[in-house]
Design a protein around this ligand. Sequence first.
Ligand SMILES: [Zn+2]
Length: 80
Amino acid sequence: MPRQTIAYLCEHKCGHNAVVSKKRMAAHEQRCAMNQARRACKTCEHNVRDPDEGIYCGIDALPEDVKLMFDCPLWQAPNV
Ligand SMILES: [Zn+2]
């Protein structure tokens, strides 16, 4: 019979697997790309998701060899 445990999910709903360690999940949340405080592409208003052209930066702020930037100076909160 499996034993039951308590597991933790990321508060930013990034899809990270549940972990048993609360401390480990808190550490993840600090560096999570879905955490707006990290100013990453995934939460930026300029992040374009086009069904044909894919995902790209709408203002070309991303260097060519970088797929995901953190602490972007041009990051803008999404207009929801
Ligand atoms: Zn996360």
